[in-house]
Ligand binder design. Sequence first.
Ligand code: FEO
Length: 183
Amino acid sequence: MLLSRNYRRKWSNPMLDPKIEAALNRQINHEMAAAYNYLAMSAWFEHGNLTGFASWMMSQRLEELTHAQKLLQYVLDRGGQIELDAVEKPKNDFADVHEVFALALEMEKENTETINDLYVMANELGDYATQSHLQWFLDEQVEEEKTFDEIKSLLEMAGDDRSALLYLNDKLGARAAAPKPAE
Ligand code: FEO
């Protein structure tokens, strides 16, 4: 035996606190809701023949599903219970591409807030393993907010110029098709 029983007991991770277990389950729902919203946005773009934006949003949807799965697996790995909830109906229609990306950026900012709240809760509970797991999500949110903010700014520069919008449609389509670096 490599470690004595007492040593292991002292250093092993305690069971998930029910408060953080419930909050992690809510976060899984947020990630699923984000995936559903990006699916709706992708479909809206595809319907308007903006296939580059559509494919970019579809990649974003897949990322959100990965986030939900990552959290779900973490709860299970800590011996917690999964309680999936209904996913809220997404917005299905938009005035224009600007509205889509403005809403997406808002959603990402709200998501950052819920992850920050989770991190604070984990800290208050002395749950260092959850804090460590959430660190990845905090870094990811910095990246996501930056990306959405950049696209929103580029769209503002393009305004109603159709050729500029079509250029961005192509540019985002190419990026979505590029393989993602391994994590
Ligand atoms: Fe899962 Fe876009 O945050």
